[in-house]
Design a protein around this ligand. Structure first.
Ligand code: NDP
Length: 473
């Protein structure tokens, strides 16, 4: 595997970080308490049914989440009756899904990036990831933007010229495809689990907690790979999950057109705002290598199943809802939603960009006109004993709150939901879920950063006391 291992650095004053400041050990180190364990078991058992519930509610109850519960409560229907009415697994859907995943696999593995050679400002091709807890730096082939462009070009060429398949194909097989996605999700998670015991990619980066459920869900291996380049995290998170997101929305748009003869402004808003978010992800895929998913989380069911099922099915609920409820928004309301979505996107992107530039230039950049920006210097120790230095930015949005990028993300999430009007609760699931996810992520990340940086992290939280909203949280 293409990776380099770096040891403790010596600073300009001739002393190592070890000699200047006590350092903390880092990496995932949570003890599995009873609460974590019961949450893990509950999620493993019920998460597929949560996804099923929302999709079924649209299919059978016009997206009402209360109606099936009320009917069950009053005895008007039964679980087995609901189950019997649901479309089951079909070989047709399995074929579509296999072609889809196979195509993404082909693009990921066999088409090296050329877009970075002619799109100015885009960073693609072979890039370094972050240092792992064991001290490795992995190399990644960044070609997500190219895969997204090729996939969407094929989709549009089919819709307008070739007509090999209907543009509503995803909507038309939505529930049978969900069974296929579940099969892949569980297969991938189980493979990663067994692989960690039998042939781990980097044994030093494996983390065993002693609890089999926790290991299965949160993962053991840090960056599992097959061969030199097939990286599970990069592949499963980006494609088939995120490439599919915009295609699913396009399929919903095509279904609206087919059913009602027109596309509503709410559907266009959802497609535009979520399309911007997806395109941003691929434009910044090299930056994504430095985010928590890639550089801190281990690969297990949480990422594997989550990328195959949770993301494509629950992140696209707004478009699905709009197929059943073609909401036409008033122009002022649509403009307000657009403004909220764009403001959220601006905060999300600028905050992430500030940290990225700051880290890449090692603090020699200007942030909000201040050069050099304010920061706190700290040190940490990797598992190989190496001692390294790091900087925590306190200028720009990083001086406003410790996770202002999450705040921007939540504003965008609210905008997607608000685009669906106020008729039903279902489209608002996304913002509720994102709030839980990102608040939980704050806590997880800060726990990890505190173990990693020790006293340095304390100095940082004293300087920037709030997490998401200054004065509130
Ligand atoms: P961040 O990009 O905020 O990364 C957190 C890491 O950044 C910390 O672990 C630490 O890592 C470093 N860091 C923390 N504070 C500072 C600082 N002041 N200066 C410099 N570095 C700092 O978090 P995520 O990776 O979770 O999120 C990235 C983006 O992805 C966010 O905008 C989030 O909203 C979005 N996201 C979206 C999801 C979705 O499902 N739509 C899911 C998850 C995230 P180090 O160890 O390097 O110091």
């Amino acid at each position: 595997m293409e990776a380099t291992r770096r040891r403790g650095k010596v600073h300009s004053n001739g002393k190592t970080a070890e000699e200047t400041e006590p350092t903390a050990q880092w990496g995932r180190a949570w003890e599995v308490d009873w609460f974590s364990l019961s949450s893990v078991i509950a999620l493993l058992c019920f998460a597929p049914f949560i996804v099923y519930f929302f999709v079924m509610a649209c299919d059978q109850y016009q997206c009402s989440v209360s109606q099936p519960l009320l009917e069950l409560y009053s005895g008007e229907t039964t679980l087995s009756a609901i189950w019997a009415r649901s479309p089951s697994f079909t070989w047709g859907a399995a074929k579509i899904y296999a072609v889809w995943v196979g195509f993404q696999l082909f693009l990921y593995m066999c088409v090296p990036d050329i877009t970075h050679k002619f799109i100015p400002g885009y960073v693609g091709g072979v890039q370094d990831g972050s240092r792992t807890p064991a001290g490795l730096i992995n190399k990644y082939e960044i070609n997500g933007l190219q895969c997204w462009l090729i996939t969407h070009a094929v989709w549009l060429a089919n819709a307008h010229y070739f007509h090999w398949f209907s543009p509503t194909i995803i909507f038309d097989h939505w529930i049978p495809l969900m069974w296929c996605a579940n099969i892949l999700g569980y297969l991938v998670a189980s493979f990663a689990f067994v692989k960690a015991y039998l042939f781990p990619t980097s044994a030093d980066d494996c983390k065993f907690t002693g609890n089999v459920f926790y290991n299965y869900m949160m993962g053991i291996e840090f960056n599992p790979r097959v061969g030199k380049w097939f990286d599970f995290k990069l592949f499963f998170n980006g494609r088939p999950g995120i490439v599919a997101w915009t295609l699913i929305n396009l399929s919903y748009m095509a279904k609206q057109q087919e059913l009602y003869g027109h596309v509503t402004n709410s559907m266009i808003l959802v497609n535009v705002l979520q399309g911007l978010y997806v395109l941003d992800f691929f434009w910044n895929e090299a930056w994504y290598l430095k985010t928590i998913d890639i550089c801190h989380d281990h690969f297990g069911w949480y990422l594997g199943w989550g990328d195959c099922v949770w993301l494509p099915y629950l992140y696209t609920l707004q478009g699905l809802y709009l197929v059943y409820h073609p909401v036409q928004l008033s122009t002022p309301y649509a403009c307000a939603v657009l403004a909220l979505g764009l403001a959220g996107y601006y905060i999300f992107r600028s905050t992430n960009h500030q940290k990225d530039v700051f880290r890449r230039t090692e603090g020699t950049c200007a942030i909000w006109g201040r050069r050099p920006p304010a920061f706190i210097e700290c040190s940490y120790r990797s598992a190989d004993g190496g001692v390294h230095r790091s900087k925590l930015l306190t200028s720009g949005f990083w001086g406003v709150a410790r996770h202002f990028n999450y705040t921007g993300d939540l504003m965008g999430s609210l905008a997607y939901c608000a685009a669906c009007g106020a008729g039903h609760l279902l489209p608002y699931f996304y913002v509720v879920y994102m709030t839980i996810l990102l608040v939980h992520r704050c806590v997880r990340d800060e726990h990890r950063c505190s173990s990693k940086y020790g006293a340095g992290w304390k100095r940082y939280t004293d300087a920037v006391p709030y997490r998401l909203l200054p004065g509130l949280f």
